[in-house]
Design a protein around this ligand. Sequence first.
Ligand SMILES: [Zn+2]
Length: 278
Amino acid sequence: MFRKRDAFKRPIPYVLLSAFVAIGVLLTSNPAVLGFSIWDVLPSAVQVVQLSTMSDEQEVAIGSQINDRLLENDIALYQNSQVVEYVDRIGQRLVRVSDRADLPFTFQVVEDDRVNAFATLGGFVYVHTGLLREAENEAELAGVIAHEIGHIVERHAIEKMKQAAIAQGLLNAAGIDADALVQIGYELAIRRPSSRSAEYEADDVGLALIESAGYAPIGMVNFYHKLTSQPSAPEFLSTHPNTNDRIVRLQRQIDLATATRGDGLDREAYRRQIQSLL
Ligand SMILES: [Zn+2]
């Protein structure tokens, strides 16, 4: 997009310029005005979604629409390919041992110093650069990514969207209009309300993934512990409450005798992977 500016070296009549701006606004705000709708490319069944029987394909389509809105309005991606591919490799390693190994997952790095990570639905997981810097090693980072995969495996966002749709009176017997559903999912992705039971469940799934994928389980506990001992609570904890309880629960589930066995504890190897952030 920026390259096109070279063509504008000659002065452009103001009227022409404002026409370009107007078209740009139309394109970004309402594609339907230009004669096509984003939903044309999706199966017609997606236009009304049954939340209880949502297919993987529908889930990915909704997650992708929410992702577009987040990228347009709220987040900037960190584009360094070494870091992005590294996060993706960790994520895919965990997905392979999950109950949703068939779902395509998209792991993205968000340029944001706040220590946080979040997930929506359809395999979309977001990790902040601030969290990558805060983690001591790959096992710690993998613990957080595994927790976010846990939310998607357990379809937590879909359940929250369902509750919000009911509360707003948007759910009928046929289901819910896909555009309305994307809007609800987008708002939830921004606000990130969290429930105690969902967090526990994501921790349980996450820990199981860490162990199945061969990472040292101690990384997950250590990272949560480190976050609680900071003077001001990092974003990940404020959007994920009850952290002390969660640490106690994790510690009970981990066999401390073997918790340091496994991959991901090499601090220097981790720092080499994220060196562009250091
Ligand atoms: Zn969570």
